[in-house]
Design a binder for this molecule. Structure first.
Ligand code: PLP
Length: 378
């Protein structure tokens, strides 16, 4: 989504200095409602890491959202926003035992695991808690895949959950993440088939699993169009019916990008337009924001943000876009150059759209003295 009228008004009236993100809460409210309409039987756990701004968390808590957190600090943010502990899960599979204990003291009762070693920590530090086991997915179709860092082979998941049960935990369900910015509607199908097989193994041991955590992956529209929330909901529902028949389990989703990505716009400024030799026809356009200022997801040029300027009616030619810091890794788009107006010049403002997710928290503290990304939530 392009900048909303509210965002454009804010930028015009306030003229904030330096690069900044402006987030429109009305867009987030629409996104939340679209998820609840499309998936009325599914509880929503907003992935706090996508954008933990207190105003965003407060809005979502008020709308009834639950929260997926990865650290004690994120748990505290969700509690401060008004969420009760039963609406918060500790979804990181990699936790210090003392952080599990702290979460347990706060009343958090649902934890992610992907191995027996982590199950043992949870059993010691949060006795009796619900645990769900995360399984690996291949991430095919995702523009920001999550690799093999999280989750275990589906063949191992039953043993992990049986171990949890034996240690007095509540073996509660399965989770997976199909990869972020997942553009393939069928991505959930294989993981749901594998989940059902694990439900069956546990049932053979007299243990009834209750829940499938469908994770995140719901996209934001960047340059290419993406299917709507309803299309994802339909595909997931069909897979659930196909694999679970009449015994469809409780489901939850953990949207991060899909909840806040299209709600934010970064205003940035052109610092320099130059060439590498006199008759080079490729321009280098340097902005006052780069990989270390919040645009980390341009790593490997994975996420291509829409960039608009006031000169977009003029002819455009491809150029390299880079950030302002003294690290040569701070180049946003070079392998696949980016079309910008030939008239673009020093001092021009540009809008980097759909930047509500995974920007403010990825900004460095003060690399080269540049301040972290300023954020305004309106
Ligand atoms: C990051 C993350 C999410 C959010 O993923 P999106 O693709 O942004 O929706 C959800 N669940 C877990 C466990 C995560 O780590």
């Amino acid at each position: 989504m392009a900048a909303t009228a509210r965002i454009l008004d804010f930028l015009r009236d306030r003229r904030p200095e330096g690069p900044c993100l402006v987030v429109d809460l009305e867009v987030i409210e629409e996104n939340y409602k679209a998820f609840t309409r499309a998936m009325p039987d599914t509880r929503i756990f907003y992935a706090v890491k996508a954008n933990p701004d207190p105003e965003i968390l407060k809005l979502l808590a008020g709308l009834g959202s639950c929260f997926d957190t990865a650290s004690v600090a994120e748990i505290e943010m969700a509690l401060n926003a008004g969420a009760t502990p039963d609406r918060i899960s500790f979804g990181n599979t990699i936790k210090k035992e003392r952080d599990i204990a702290r979460a347990h003291q706060y009343g958090i009762a649902m934890f992610a695991v992907d191995c027996v070693e982590e199950v043992e920590k949870v059993a010691r530090a949060a006795p009796g808690a619900r645990v769900f086991c995360r399984i690996l997915t291949d991430g095919a179709g995702a523009e920001w895949p999550l690799s093999r860092k999280f989750g275990c082979d589906p063949d191992m998941a039953a043993d992990v959950l049986l171990h949890a049960h034996a240690l007095g935990l509540n073996a509660y369900g399965i989770s997976f993440h199909v990869g972020s910015q997942q553009t393939r509607l069928g991505a959930w199908d294989t993981a749901l088939e594998q989940s059902k097989a694990i439900f069956d193994v546990l049932a053979g041991h007299g243990i009834t699993l209750s829940m499938v955590n469908l994770g995140g992956g719901f996209p934001t529209k960047y340059l290419k169009s993406v299917p709507g929330t309803g299309a994802y909901a339909n595909a997931i529902h069909e897979s659930l019916a196909k694999h679970f028949g009449n015994a469809i389990p409780e489901t939850i989703i953990e949207p991060g990008r899909g909840m806040v990505g299209n709600a934010g716009v970064i205003k940035a400024e052109v610092i320099l337009v130059s060439r590498k030799h006199a008759n080079d026809n490729q321009r280098w356009v340097y902005l006052d924001i780069g990989k270390f200022g919040g645009l980390a997801e341009t790593m490997d040029e994975a996420i291509r943000y829409p960039i608009t300027t006031l000169r977009d009616d003029d002819a455009k030619l491809p150029c390299v876009i880079a950030g302002p810091t003294c690290d040569s890794a701070d180049v946003l788009y070079e392998k696949a150059p980016y079309d910008l107006p030939v008239t673009l010049t020093v001092g021009d403002e540009v809008l980097i759209e759909a930047t509500g997710a995974y920007t403010t928290t990825y900004a460095s503290v003060a690399f080269n003295g540049f301040a972290p990304l300023q954020s305004y939530v309106i």
